[in-house]
Design a protein around this ligand. Structure first.
Ligand code: HEM
Length: 159
């Protein structure tokens, strides 16, 4: 691909991102209020036992101070991601404040709904579809995960 083609594709991706962001904001990807019970989802934990989101929620909340605030954790995350994968930087807006705030909201949503896995599945399935439209590839999720782990280590140190 020529540099010009590359720029053109980066531009297309940015347009897609902007459109999706407007869409996500307008339908409220992470509505604060929620309802529903955690029963009957059929979700399974690693050893095949029913997934116990409440236990995870308690563990995370108990240890949250080690990595909080999310804004700083997330700043480390993106720094790690872009240092290891500079090509990903062009996918994101120049000014990252909104992006960081939205990711923080996503983290809070996840934490607050761990006891309602079916709601998490619905919300994040939609977010996943939106990311697929942006052209995000499975390998990039792996890079994101590595960057998140790195950020958690920076914040929590040996803990
Ligand atoms: C599980 C991991 C991820 C979560 C929870 C997540 C979450 C989000 C959220 C909440 C938004 C909406 C931001 C907004 O409303 O402005 C967003 C947008 C976006 N995400 Fe992700 N994301 C994840 C992984 C990734 C990965 C791996 C990539 C690609 C490297 C990526 C690329 C983007 C881009 C390009 C946007 C649009 C940015 C813009 O507004 O221009 N995301 N993500």
């Amino acid at each position: 691909m020529s540099a010009e083609d590359g720029n053109y594709h980066a531009l297309l991706a940015r347009h897609d991102a902007m459109r999706l962001r407007r869409q996500m904001l307008s339908y409220g990807t992470f509505p604060g209020a929620s309802s529903g019970s955690g029963s009957g989802t059929g979700l399974r934990g690693p050893a095949g036992q029913p997934y116990d989101g409440v236990a995870d929620q308690r563990t995370i909340m108990r240890n949250l101070d080690l990595v909080a605030p999310f804004e700083e954790l997330i700043a480390h995350l993106y720094q790690a991601l872009f240092t290891r994968h500079p090509s990903l930087r062009s996918l994101f807006p120049a000014e990252m404040a909104f992006q960081q705030a939205h990711l923080a909201r996503a983290f809070w949503y996840l934490l607050e709904h761990l006891d309602r896995p079916e709601q998490i599945t619905a919300t994040f399935t939609q977010l996943g579809r939106d990311h697929r439209k942006l052209g995000v590839r499975p390998a990039q999720y792996a890079a994101f995960e590595t960057a998140l782990c790195e950020a958690l280590r920076i914040r929590a140190g040996e803990h």
